[in-house]
Design a protein around this ligand. Sequence first.
Ligand code: URA
Length: 210
Amino acid sequence: MSENLTIVDHPLVQHKLTLMRDAGASTALFRQLLREISQLLAYETTRGLALTAKSINTPIEPMDAPVLAGKKLALISILRAGNGLLDGVLELIPSARVGFVGLYRDEATLKPVQYYFKVPHTLEDRLVIAVDPMLATGNSSVAAIDLLKEAGARNIRFMCLLAAPEGVARMNEAHPDVPIITAAVDRQLNEKGYIVPGLGDAGDRMFGTK
Ligand code: URA
């Protein structure tokens, strides 16, 4: 598959994903696992962040020690399921700035329509990590990245739990500059746009709405 795709094949990620896929997993367990897995995915998503040196004093002697360089990064949750990934990542990067993109699908045109957009200022100077658990058709992800670019974002990464080959292809075509980080790429989409074998509706499973 594309160079811009990273599949996090760490055994802990794969194990937790299997537990999440199981239809018998409770809402509480699903949410807990999503929080844990989001931190492992974020570890990979933030690999390669720029570092600079800071002078500190250890109890033994002064040293120049590495710290993250540049502006605080921006985490963008694609509503509503993105919030399930956001919480865990925020625990790992508590000083990150946070934004939200809300899109719904117009049933007549089948195109994503924006209903909410609130993002941190000066996106151009930040690493922007957009989070959404399921990269299915890619339509809403592509539309969300379009909006982030219009708002000035230049350095964007897309972090998801599960992807379909169709969604990866669509994202790579529309936004070849945006790396995708995921735990797995499943076989295909079904006629309703669900990822197969997948894990069902991520939003419903994490919020218990079905
Ligand atoms: N969104 C979901 O929550 N699940 C899918 O399988 C596809 C899109």
